[in-house]
Write a protein that binds this ligand. Sequence first.
Ligand SMILES: O=C(CO)[C@@H](O)[C@H](O)COP(=O)(O)O
Ligand SMILES: [Fe+2]
Length: 223
Amino acid sequence: MIRPLIAPSLLAANFANLQHDLEMINDSEADYLHFDVMDGVFVPNISFGFPVLEVARKHSKKPLDVHLMITDPDRYIDAFAEGGATTIHVHYEACTHLHRTLTHIRKMGCRAGVALNPHTPVDGLEDVLEQLDVVLIMSVNPGFGGQSFIPHTFRKVAKLKQLLTDNRASTLIEIDGGISIKNASALLSAGADILVAGSSVFGAQDPLEAIRQLKNSHQPMVA
Ligand SMILES: O=C(CO)[C@@H](O)[C@H](O)COP(=O)(O)O
Ligand SMILES: [Fe+2]
């Protein structure tokens, strides 16, 4: 099993000292910085947008993994691409013309991602696999950090992995919500490639060590 890619979620950072937390992530083994954008309509919460993106771009050395929890995301793809996003995830449930949206994300020079709410089946992705670099499976209902992981996610990841294998697709599988060292290894066994983690990283006594442990969660734990 190869080492997972780790994406700490900025939502759980200390906004009174964002620069400190961004520098901590720079010094860590994290592979991305996960950036949650919530509009208060698609999800029942409002997070942050372009002013914080500017701070992240200025102080972060990690590629930006942008998760758009917003209605009609096409309106903002150019702005996030120009604002420094490496990957842009739109929600399946928010896109009427998903093929067009994914094609446009790539045209803007970003990796194209689709996020699936817990109730959204993976089957609807079969006809856009060629346009898709990464699938973001939500393992909580989106809108808030610090929620409990939904166990059904294990079966969903395995089902998506099978769909990708059957179609010889190299699309990556990313999981988001309630991830910690307790479920990381099982998610990797089911087929996950990228793990997003907010509270389990920023709420840890030693966030650098929490990231290191997630990065090494592919190895069997020694009792
Ligand atoms: O997109 C979301 C929530 O909607 C996530 O990215 C959370 O920010 C993850 O936080 P934890 O569940 O790890 O605390
Ligand atoms: Fe997210």
